[in-house]
Design a protein around this ligand. Sequence first.
Ligand code: SF4
Length: 495
Amino acid sequence: MNLSKTKYTNANQCLKMLWLDTYMNEVKGEVDNDSILDNGNNVHEVARDLLGSHVTIEFNKNLEVMIDDTKKALEKDNIVICEASFLYKNNFCSVDILEKKGKDLYLYEVKGSTSMKDVFLHDMSFQYYVLTSLGYNIKKYYLVYLNNKYYRQGKLNLNKLFTKVDVTDKIIELQDHVISKLKEINNYMQEKKVPGDDIDLKCFKPYACPYWKYCTRNLPKPNVFDIYKLNKQKMIGYYKENIITFKDLEKVNLNSNQMMQIEYELNDKDDYINKDNIRKFLNTLTYPLYFLDFETFQLPIPKYDNTCAYQKIPFQYSLHYIEKGKLYHKEFLGSKKDPRRELAERLISDIPENVCVLAYNMGFEKGVIKNLAYLFPDLKEHLLNIYDNIKDLMIPFQKKDYYNKLMKGSYSIKYVLPALFPNEKELDYHNLELVHNGSEAMSYYDTLFDKPISEQEYIRKCLLEYCKLDTYAMVMIYEKLLEVTNNKIKIKKIK
Ligand code: SF4
């Protein structure tokens, strides 16, 4: 088995992860990472121009080809090589950017992160080990990551977009660790059966392990890892004390919301509804009543002027509103250019000043509107008026004034909606075509304009349907709150 820098890093987190990756990859699960587009490659491609002209070693399944191409490129005294590839005793690595000046090498490891993380040093130290073992003289080793204080204006300024930190000394310090870890890996990988390594904090840090489902497959359900908002350290602590089932957890000191989750689950209790508090919340709302939801995308490399790495860019919204007992709908979906100006203009034309606006988990919608107000001073007054009039539909669920066991302790709309409407097909996101969640929405929007026109129309339709369901679901939740407080009004849908 060739060990790559990724495999080495995985082994540093957990040797069993590397073992499963190598011998039982089919049990690998998904890791939830829904907020950011997987654009790591884009970062690497952009960073390649950091040192000016360069050659790139093209990927080849046959690693020998990449290694030979690298050797040939290194025959030159002064050269910049991207993806220079090396093999030392089954340890393989490709260096993001390598600069050769005479006999000295300067290495650059590029990360799509906006901060320095210790875990980066592990794959860098592995690469340093490989190259120095082959006899190369590494003068300096730099970690290169994104600077989210840089706002694009016109052409990207790569020297401002990327932060460069000299970590040579830290990498040298880690060399003893690399040598002992490689020995440990070699021994561990001799195991013929699945090793018995137990779960621990390493399963979550530095990355959520994709084998979690497999490693916890024999635990009773629900268990300590299903307790909402219990910190990981406490979860692992209870697990090690063999306090695993909800029955076991009844005896420990958890917060009142967590105890409620356990109590409702164990006793199969009916819905808890605090009508007085829900009425108080509903009394703060006025008609016409608006329901707003944005979709945003985040890109590591800023695409538009006045944006920075990973800035949330709103590209779509859905807006339902109830006026005089009738339900109306409006929507916006951006076109190819920066969608923000058009979106802001449409938003202030769709939402009058001084009306009540509901969002679910309003911090997100408020953040988007505040950024738009800051960006467009001529629209600021109206945008901030909308901002000031937003109320949060999440409140009754967050305060546990309405709870049922299907919410599993959570007040996120992901749990609340199916808990309130378990058999409602029109509220089930699984029944939508193509776009079923926020990460799919941002990913389809990101590539939308590269597609043929006919395909674009279909994707746009699916994006609109998805976002529309978000605010329609809010209307239904609002109706449910009216219903349980004996305050039902008839809302007529207008096409
Ligand atoms: S879930 Fe935990 S124990 Fe299992 S492979 Fe992953 S890190 Fe290792």
